[in-house]
Design a protein around this ligand. Structure first.
Ligand code: HEM
Length: 285
């Protein structure tokens, strides 16, 4: 019977992985081809493959949280974090290219930019970092816009996390839109309070704790990627404007404060040793 790889011959490594197609996808624009342009394309394509894998795992983690399978969700997210560690080190391979060599083909890239990476935005949206203006940037790209709109409307990792905490008895509202007077006085909302309870009772709440920690790591390593990317960009092109038209490094620095799970970070500020000894003061509601 013919296999899905197009003929009757036995499966091989090259057929299964479509190696012929894969190594034909790196088309240099410089003419004659600049030696370093292949590296530039390969690195970006490798990123896009890993982004695809990350999205696959984020979708799985959301599904597992919806089924109340927190240990399995945490294990899935552990893989995401390990991929993100690799994505950080991968940035530095680009630094083996000298700035003058990069300038040798940079102009050909105009007006394309990593800013237009659909899957990068999908990861942001799926994690809970959604901005209408960023979605609008993709209006002229039907394929990307369709995918991003779906992600924008779908519950994110953050939504799934707080939803499962609610199912497990925590008072963690779907949104913090209306803080009551007491919360305003304390300056943090019920979601942060739920995290404080998890952090305080991490042994009894070990599944929730494990999940909260790996979510924080996902946030941390994504943000660390941003820092490493900025430093590499500055090393390559200083403060020149980006090929995508932004201010370049100046714009990128404004993204450093982005957080997928601000409450997970905020809870650290309010955590106090007395919570552990006498039980969490916020536990009873
Ligand atoms: C020499 C290499 C690179 C340079 C000089 C560079 C430069 C820049 C600049 C200046 C921006 C700001 C937007 C613009 O105006 O273009 C940007 C954004 C971005 N770049 Fe790079 N980049 C490089 C490599 C990469 C690589 C390897 C990736 C991996 C996917 C990447 C992903 C991104 C993403 C996702 C953004 C948008 C960030 C955000 O809006 O939060 N870049 N890049």
């Amino acid at each position: 019977m013919p296999n899905t790889y197009g003929n009757n011959s036995p499966l091989s490594y090259n057929k299964y992985l479509r190696v012929k197609d894969l190594i034909g996808l790196q088309e240099c624009l410089s003419d004659p081809a600049h030696h370093d342009e292949l590296l530039f394309i390969t690195i970006h394509q490798a990123y896009e493959l890993w982004f695809k894998q990350i999205l696959h795992e984020l979708d799985a983690a959301i599904g597992l949280m919806n089924e109340d399978r927190l240990a399995a969700a945490a294990r899935t997210l552990r893989r995401v974090v390990e991929i993100e560690k690799l994505l950080i080190t991968q940035i530095h391979i680009l630094e083996t290219m000298t700035p003058i060599n990069f300038l040798g083909f940079r102009d050909q890239l105009n007006p394309a930019s990593g800013f237009q990476s659909m899957q990068f935005r999908e990861i942001e949206f799926a994690s809970g970092q959604k901005h209408q203006s960023l979605l609008n940037e993709f209006r002229d790209d039907e394929f990307a816009y369709g995918r991003l709109q779906k992600r924008f409307a779908a519950p994110s990792l953050a939504d799934a996390f707080f939803s499962v905490l609610r199912k497990r008895g925590f008072a963690a509202p779907a949104s913090e839109a209306s803080l009551d007077q007491e919360e305003l006085t304390r300056r943090f909302g019920k979601r942060t309070r739920a995290i404080l309870e998890v952090l305080t009772h991490f042994e009894e709440r070990y599944e929730e704790f494990q999940l909260a920690e790996v979510l924080l790591e996902h946030d941390e390593y994504f943000s660390l990627w941003r820092s490493h990317h900025i430093k590499m960009v500055e090393r390559m092109v200083g403060t020149k404007r980006g090929t995508g038209g932004s201010e370049g490094v100046g714009y990128l620095r404004t993204t450093l404060e982005k957080k997928f799970f601000p409450e997970l970070w905020e809870a650290r500020t309010y955590l106090d040793t007395k919570h552990g000894e006498g039980g969490c003061p916020f536990a009873k509601e």
